[in-house]
Design a protein around this ligand. Structure first.
Ligand code: PRP
Length: 178
């Protein structure tokens, strides 16, 4: 385990089984719909790469970039978004793929932007759902793990751009960011 972590909350094996299960659930809904998996960079790229390999049906992958935390452990509330798709998602089934749904500020903004492009359907697949921290009126349709209000890193999740490469998820020691 990395020395900056308090624990390993979700091990590689636990994550792998979870993502396989999500792939099966998505197959039941999307096997004949050629959906667009739309990842929110940067945090989602590790989850996205595992998730699509757990999905044995035709699909497309796109990304947009959103950021609001910077080098802080709390959201700035100002979400900057770039690379969002336009009219090319009209009439398509879209699944937003996110590493973590926390206050919901980021996804609420992205959901509203994408809804305006009239997709056939728009759902959210979040690896972690920090449900007790929600402030925006938004929920995920597919959730890997519902997690408590701790600061998690690893498996794409960062603190000040570090720890994204850890193959497991753990809680960062407070002394690292205090
Ligand atoms: C993180 C994460 C989500 C968002 C969730 O992104 O990837 O996009 O915060 O928090 P919220 O529900 O409170 O909005 P961050 O701004 O840290 O950028 P990153 O993905 O590049 O790490």
């Amino acid at each position: 385990m990395h020395r900056d972590l308090l624990n390993i909350s979700y091990s590689e094996e636990t994550i792998s089984a979870c993502v396989r299960g999500l792939g099966q659930r998505l197959a039941a809904e999307y096997a004949d719909k050629n959906p667009i998996f739309l990842g929110i960079l940067k945090g989602s790229f590790v989850f996205m790469s595992d998730l699509i390999r757990a999905c044995d049906f035709p699909l497309e992958v796109r990304f947009l970039t959103a950021s609001s935390y910077g080098s802080s452990t709390v959201t700035s509330g100002n979400v900057s978004v770039s690379g969002a798709p336009g009219t090319e998602i009209a009439g398509r089934h879209v699944i937003i793929v996110e590493d973590i749904l926390d206050t919901g500020t980021t996804l609420a903004k992205i959901r509203d932007m994408l809804s305006a492009q009239n997709p056939a359907s728009l759902k959210i697949c979040a690896f972690l759902d920090k449900a007790e921290c929600r402030r925006a009126d938004i929920s995920a349709d597919y959730v890997g793990f519902t997690c408590p209000a701790a600061f998690f890193v690893g498996y794409g999740l960062d603190y000040a751009e570090r720890y994204r490469n850890l193959p497991y998820v753990g809680v960062l020691k407070p002394e690292v960011y205090e």
